[in-house]
Design a protein around this ligand. Structure first.
Ligand code: F6P
Length: 324
């Protein structure tokens, strides 16, 4: 039997489609289990400033299909300080909040770990980031929607590339991770994908562009924003090597973060929201709820935020094999 009576939920870091579905699941799962539920505004900033309100079944109605986060989000600097976290602890004690669910990425879980270490508050995390760069879950909430947004945009750019016989360098999000770039690259038939985890082999790229010249009139090169050089520099180098190519650059930017969550993201968020609350009631803390091979798992924060060094080798090989 758990002593937890009051749980608060927050979203932190970059917004991701499906965060609302996760908030809804956490709030409703809590109410289902007889818990009083609270929402914290603007991530850890709201915890520090006491921007915390009670939530009921109706406060999460009609949000499962909405992008962004109704709780708003932030990358808090105050919570990184000892004084900030002390203030946050005082605020949750004032409201008798016994436990937290935090939805976000590596920064969110790093903050949560620190808070547990100092104040021993039970916290469970839910992976919410378009980057899919956390260990302990096959997919993070928002990733599926984001890659589908990228695919849609690249397909449109391909129409122009094909009509004008152009080469487009398209920069996608992914500060430390090339997973958005890799999957969207495979599914749009990109000629090359450049990611932060692997050093760029310009010689190989130029060779491939040259040897496949006769087979194609349009070319797409996907570059993850965290790649060592970025889209503009890559485009410049290609243009220098192939002066006859008509090269253009497109940086997709924040369009990738917004929009209606896909069905996959809504289901993932709903499952992880329920799992997070039930995990807390079972006495778990300092762990992230995730889905591995379709099964709910719990991974300690320090393992979840461990950066995945190398992406699946098969994915990089597939790009090469299929770009003939
Ligand atoms: O972590 C998600 C992400 O979208 C990254 O891919 C990107 O580098 C970063 O957030 C951008 O953050 P901001 O919206 O604060 O510029």
């Amino acid at each position: 039997m758990s002593n937890i009576k009051n749980i608060a939920v927050l979203t932190s870091g970059g917004d991701a489609p499906g965060m609302n579905a996760a908030i809804r699941a956490v709030v409703r799962a809590g109410i289902y289990h007889g818990i009083n539920m609270f929402g914290i505004k603007r991530g850890y900033d709201g915890l520090v400033n006491g921007d915390i309100t009670a939530m009921d079944v109706k406060s999460v109605a009609n949000i499962i299909q909405r992008g962004g986060t109704i709780l708003k989000t932030a990358r808090s600097t105050e919570f990184k300080t000892v004084e900030g976290r002390k203030q946050a602890y005082e605020n949750i004690k004032k409201l008798n909040i016994d436990a937290l669910v935090v939805i976000g990425g590596d920064g969110t879980f790093t903050g949560a770990s620190k808070f547990i270490e100092e104040f021993n508050i039970p916290i469970i995390g839910i992976p919410g980031t378009i980057d899919n760069d956390l260990a302990g879950t096959d997919f993070t909430i928002g990733y599926d929607t984001a890659i589908n947004t990228v695919v849609d945009a690249v397909d449109k750019i391909r129409d122009t590339a094909e009509s004008h016989d152009r080469l487009f360098v398209i920069e996608v999000m992914g500060r430390d991770s090339g997973l958005i770039a890799l999957r969207s690259g495979i599914s749009t038939g990109a000629e090359a994908v450049l990611i932060p985890e692997l050093e760029v082999d310009y010689e190989a790229i130029m060779k491939r562009l040259d040897s496949t010249r006769k087979n194609k009139s349009s070319r797409i090169i996907i570059v993850a924003e965290g790649d060592e050089e970025g889209g503009l520099v890559v485009a410049e180098k290609i243009q220098k090597n192939f002066p006859s190519y008509d090269v253009r650059v497109s940086i997709l930017g924040h369009i990738q973060r917004g929009g209606k969550p896909s069905c996959m993201d809504r289901v993932l968020a709903s499952r992880l929201g329920v799992a997070a609350v039930e995990g807390l009631l079972e006495g778990r803390k300092g762990e992230m709820a995730g889905l591995v091979c379709s099964k709910i798992t719990f991974t300690p924060f320090h393992k979840a935020i461990k950066h995945i060094d190398a992406p699946d080798e098969n994915l990089t090989r597939i790009v090469e094999i299929l770009s003939l």
